[in-house]
Design a protein around this ligand. Structure first.
Ligand code: NAD
Ligand code: 6OD
Length: 494
């Protein structure tokens, strides 16, 4: 992708005020392939002055052409960004796969199409939005007219994780820009490229300079912290770990800035004896192992009703053992590596803890032999445990790897209690052919999203977010407008 900063310079850049820049810190960091440990690119880290420049550019865009652009023109431009991603589909795909190591088959069906859809859907949503009007009686009989005015919030700080980099970044940038805000994006240090490449698309479609900025770097003592501390940022939207959310919230408190958080999870799947077993196995295999278990919505706790427990364990084991780890471009590959060797060490630490706690290792538990060419990658075996109590670390803590614990249960009340016995509350999947049961159980599970006989089936107009320690706020469709706009009321005495 010519001009993306990545290809022209051979390194990943910051994108500030419509231009690629190495920034002023003089520092670079290495973007390492999780597939084989090779160097993907050098990345220019933004210093505090660069973050300041990005925030100032965003504020200037709000005062300039971007802030003044009529809504009809703006939503057309946001829809054109979707087309721009599609036009450069192969470049985005190549970059996302290089940064994450995920299979091409996954990124081409999920990450990149959703990256485009996130602009189209919010262009449509904002087009459909209308303000409200209320007539009210007054004691003198003349009455008054109230009407709402919806305005962008201003400069939005967008801090993103590495697991679905373009998808999760655009899920926030799409609505933020459709609502007329300017953004400063801090992609994960593990996956810096597609956010940078999007800068070129912004320029190609004519987005005014400063409306979209990208700063590269880490969290504490680096671009992430500089951004959340910057007083010119009006609101912060973040996806990542719950502990990081706590740190960001402390910074957001200064100046009483709003936050929208999508955080960690320890998601249950509930498999009733009256499920369609083939569907339950196919869906649970995806929810546990897709993206090598690095999906916030992924299942790490499976509760199976006792009469079908043994059958389910046997069949999920077969599904896990049927997965093929391999290079992202191989057409048979359906399991990539973890994001980094550092993350693999964390996941393997949990594999060890499960063994120490006396788990039965149904399958996996270690590192696959990938041969010499891929030996430097962050490969790990898909893993299933049974036999642990609910207090075991692997049953309580988010692992973010391709693994789950399966436990039996006897009745509805018991499984609802087990599912809810966690500080998290992001997602759940229920597998049953009894619709009354599904409708009875689903609302009782304390999560932001509960699927019945499916997983990760997304209508982007629906509210998305976590309850308890899995998040603050809801995004999606008109729910996103609540965070990305400020609504004021004008009251006119007639
Ligand atoms: P992370 O919290 O380590 O990092 C996320 C981002 O925050 C990165 O860009 C990082 O550089 C930045 N960051 C870290 N410390 C910071 C600080 N003090 N100030 C400002 N920025 C900081 O998360 P991760 O490891 O990239 O992603 C995995 C986690 O994200 C998992 O816990 C997963 O559940 C969660 N996640 C949640 C959702 C959701 O929708 N709820 C989606 C994806 C991932
Ligand atoms: O589909 C989405 O909009 C979304 N936010 C998915 C999150 C996945 C987490 O890894």
């Amino acid at each position: 992708m010519e001009g993306s900063g990545r290809i022209m310079q051979g390194a990943v850049m910051n994108f500030i005020d419509g231009a690629y820049t190495p920034g002023t810190s003089g520092k670079t960091f290495r973007n390492i392939s999780p597939v084989d440990g090779s160097l993907v690119s050098e990345v220019h880290e933004a210093g505090e002055a660069d973050v300041d420049a990005a925030v100032r550019a965003a504020a200037a865009a709000m005062d300039g052409d971007w802030g003044r652009m009529p809504v009809a023109e703006r939503v057309k431009m946001v829809a054109a960004i979707a087309d721009g991603i599609t036009k450069h589909f192969d470049d985005f795909l190549e970059a996302e796969v290089a940064d994450t190591g995920k299979p091409v088959s996954l990124a081409s069906h999920l990450d990149i199409p959703r990256g485009a859809a996130n602009f189209q859907i919010f262009a449509d949503t904002v087009k459909q939005h209308h303000d409200e009007a209320y007539r009210m009686p007054t004691p003198d009989g003349t009455g008054a007219l109230n009407y709402t005015v919806t305005k962008p919030k201003g400069v939005i700080g967008v801090i993103c994780p590495w697991n679905l980099p373009l998808l999760l970044m655009t899920w926030k940038v799409g609505p933020a820009m459709a609502c007329g805000n300017a953004v400063v994006v801090k992609p994960s240090e593990e996956t810096p490229t597609t956010a940078a490449m999007l800068g070129q698309v912004m320029n190609e479609v004519g987005v005014p300079a400063g409306a979209y900025n990208v700063i590269q770097g880490f969290g504490p003592g680096s671009a992430g912290e500089f951004l959340t501390q910057h007083p010119g940022v009006d609101a912060i939207t973040f996806t990542g770990e719950t502990a990081t959310g706590e740190a960001i919230m402390r910074n957001a408190a200064k100046g009483v800035r709003g936050v929208s958080f999508e955080l960690g999870g320890k998601n249950p799947a509930i498999v009733f004896a009256d499920c369609d077993m083939d569907k339950a196995i196919e869906g649970t295999a995806r929810s546990v192992f897709a993206n090598c278990g690095q999906v916030c919505l992924g299942t790490e706790r499976v509760y199976v009703q006792r009469p079908v427990f043994d059958e389910f364990v046997t069949k999920l084991k077969a599904a896990a053992e049927g997965l093929k780890c391999g290079a992202p471009g191989d057409k048979d590959t359906n399991l990539g590596p973890l994001i980094s060797v550092e993350h693999r060490n964390k996941v393997l630490g949990y594999y060890e803890k499960a063994r120490e706690a006396g788990a039965t290792v149904v399958t996996g538990g270690g590192v696959p032999d990938m041969g010499n060419a891929l030996a430097g990658g962050a490969w790990v075996q898909p893993t299933i445990w049974t036999g642990l109590g609910e207090d075991a670390a692997v049953v309580r803590e988010e692992i973010f790897g391709p693994c789950c614990h399966i436990a039996p249960f006897d009745d509805e009340d018991e499984v609802i209690r087990l599912a809810n016995d966690t500080p998290y509350g992001l997602a759940c999947s229920i597998w049953t052919e009894n619709l009354s049961r599904a409708h009875r159980v689903a609302p009782q599970v304390e999560v932001g999203i509960c699927w019945v006989n499916s997983w990760f089936l997304r209508d982007l107009r629906t509210p998305f977010g976590g309850s308890k320690q899995s998040g603050i706020g809801r995004e999606g469709g008109f729910y996103s407008l609540e965070f990305y706009t400020e609504t004021s009321n004008v009251c006119v005495k007639l």
